[in-house]
Design a protein around this ligand. Structure first.
Ligand SMILES: [Mn+2]
Length: 224
């Protein structure tokens, strides 16, 4: 599979990433210290709704454009947008100096409840507990919500533990995106009391360093 990626960091805690494969062409810009403004067009209505919620509740400014192979299904589009948002998070966070690092959030949506716990550890890991009550939500395959967060955690080098329960898949997935947004917002905040990296190892990019042990800002996702 061809995998043509370009990455540019346009300022502090901002990233713009383009990724093109035979399956999807994606461009993402992410501002961690944003206002919750989103311009999202994935071709999947429910997924646009989720990414807008992610931006709104995480106070991330987010633009996502995607031309994906929706004639097959939603899989590559959702998976690859998770990859690119993950890459954008890693790029925008840089060396993570001064960040809070750990956070958790539980969000209800009527009968549904999602809990997300994150650690900006530099070690990608995803754990999930629960299931979705209906297999599809519009043109979105419910299980792709889980898969989206697998992609995001693997490419952002963030540890994510997520759980969800409920009886309506729209509510379950929406609660999951909102809880993730709130947890990531809290973990990526800069703590004014902290001037160093919140690790006794002093580094939070161990995994990434295996591939590119130099400047994390110039690390290329193409090496993964
Ligand atoms: Mn909704």
């Amino acid at each position: 599979m061809s995998d043509d990626i370009s990455e540019s960091t346009t300022g502090d805690r901002v990233a713009k990433i383009s990724r093109e494969t035979a399956e999807t062409t994606i461009e993402v810009t992410l501002t961690i210290d944003g206002e919750g403004k989103a311009v999202v067009d994935t071709g999947i209505g429910f997924f646009d709704h989720m990414l807008e919620a992610f931006s709104k509740h995480g106070l991330f400014d987010l633009t996502v454009s995607c031309d994906g192979d929706l004639e097959i299904d939603d899989h590559h589009t959702v998976e690859d947008i998770g990859i690119v948002i993950g890459d954008a998070l890693a790029s925008a966070l840089g060396d993570k100096q001064g960040v809070v690092r750990f956070a958790d959030c539980s969000v209800p949506l009527d009968e549904s409840l999602a809990t997300v716990v994150v650690d900006l550890s530099g070690r990608p890991h995803f754990e999930f507990e629960g299931s979705f009550s209906q297999p599809t939500i519009g043109a979105f395959t419910s299980d792709m919500a889980r898969h989206f967060f697998v992609s995001l955690s693997m490419h952002s080098d963030i540890t994510v533990h997520a759980s969800v329960k409920g009886s309506n898949a729209h509510h379950e997935v929406e609660a999951l995106f909102k809880a993730s947004a709130r947890a990531l917002d809290a973990a990526t905040r800069l703590d004014p009391r902290r001037s160093d990296t919140p690790s006794t190892k002093q580094v939070l990019w161990y995994f990434r360093s295996l591939f590119w042990p130099f400047d994390t800002k110039s690390w290329s996702p193409a090496t993964r």
